[in-house]
Design a protein around this ligand. Structure first.
Ligand SMILES: C[S@@+](CC[C@H](N)C(=O)[O-])C[C@H]1O[C@@H](n2cnc3c(N)ncnc32)[C@H](O)[C@@H]1O
Length: 299
């Protein structure tokens, strides 16, 4: 009696689109040039699965045709879709709570005092996703000073992705997106939207201005800022892009101003002479650098 050969393992499902190393390299080069995104070879399967969805939804037959279209520069909106597909918008109210403790206890009281005396206070949430970060900042200000909106205090909130900017402006969140807000915050600074959502109330809203902005490009911002939060954004960038980003923030940050960055991000040693560490991934600008020129129509 002869034994039948063992069954061969099932072959992996064929990929819907061909995705060659050359395709991956072209996408990586484009993502780096346009958005400072750093895509290592290890991300190839992820890039395939995220972008295959874009090809499907646009009815494009091949990666080659998709990349040709992006490189031709005729569809800027699709470039943003590419970035959106390759990064995450994950955020939360009062995320990395230690920064909000620092803001409440050390950074904001002096700024509020300045504002009460007629001074100007400017904060920037750069890469703010769907808005939970700048609204948390606004609630922290209002907790300390319920009349904060009557003073010259503004929070600029920017993100590259127009879809998240739209959601941020709408300021409506499902119950699962309200994580991080205490019952007191919910009661004071939001309004219920039946059946189980809530929207940001007029107080926090009046402090925040949203604008679309690619951090890898010119910044039409009118500094100087007293506090900049840019958290969990630079992780996507390669080192030279990160270095340009930190220098850019330094140029628009007031001397004595604070820069708060994400838990896995660090300022390079070369900048630490001009910044002192004031908390976990929190830095105060101590040095003087040339300030960025103000531009017409600045945000
Ligand atoms: C993970 S979210 C971080 C949100 C918030 N800062 C936080 O820590 O919860 C990253 C955000 O950075 C934005 N982003 C990525 N690249 C960007 C760029 N080049 N310019 C501006 N925003 C960018 C993404 O659209 C996304 O909304």
């Amino acid at each position: 009696m002869t034994l039948a050969p063992p069954p061969s393992p099932p072959s992996p499902p064929a990929q819907e689109f061909s995705f060659e190393d050359g395709d991956f390299r072209r996408i990586a080069a484009l993502a780096l040039a346009e958005f400072g995104l750093s895509l290592s070879e290890a991300k190839k399967p992820l890039v395939y699965s995220r972008l295959a969805r874009r090809l499907r939804s646009r009815g494009i037959a091949s990666f080659g045709a998709y990349i040709d279209m992006l490189e031709a520069g005729s569809d800027e909106a699709e470039k943003v879709q590419l970035l959106s597909a390759l990064t995450t918008n994950v955020t939360q109210f009062f995320r990395e709570a230690h920064h909000f403790d620092l803001l409440r206890q050390e950074l904001l009281p002096d700024l509020l005092e300045r504002a009460r005396q007629g001074g100007r206070v400017r904060l920037w949430s750069a890469g703010c996703s769907t808005g939970q970060e700048p609204y948390s900042l606004a609630m922290t200000l209002l907790d300390l000073e319920p009349k904060a909106a009557a003073f010259d205090i503004k929070i600029l909130a920017t993100d590259i992705d127009p879809a998240v900017m739209e959601r941020a402006r709408a300021g409506q969140y499902r119950s699962d997106e309200l994580t991080g807000l205490t019952p007191d915050h919910l009661r004071r600074w939001t309004r219920p939207v039946p059946p189980d959502a809530a929207e940001i109330g007029p107080g926090p809203r009046s402090l925040v201005t949203f604008n679309t902005l690619n951090l890898i490009g010119p910044w039409p911002v009118r500094g100087p800022f007293d506090i900049i939060l840019c958290r969990n954004v630079a992780i996507y960038f390669d080192k030279p892009t990160q270095a340009r980003l930190w220098s850019g923030f330094e140029a628009v940050l007031a001397t004595g101003g604070a820069l708060l960055i994400g838990h896995s991000e660090r300022l390079p040693d070369t900048m630490l002479g001009r910044f002192s560490t004031i908390g976990v991934t929190a830095y105060r600008h101590t040095g003087t650098t040339a300030k960025a020129p103000l531009r017409e129509g600045a945000l």
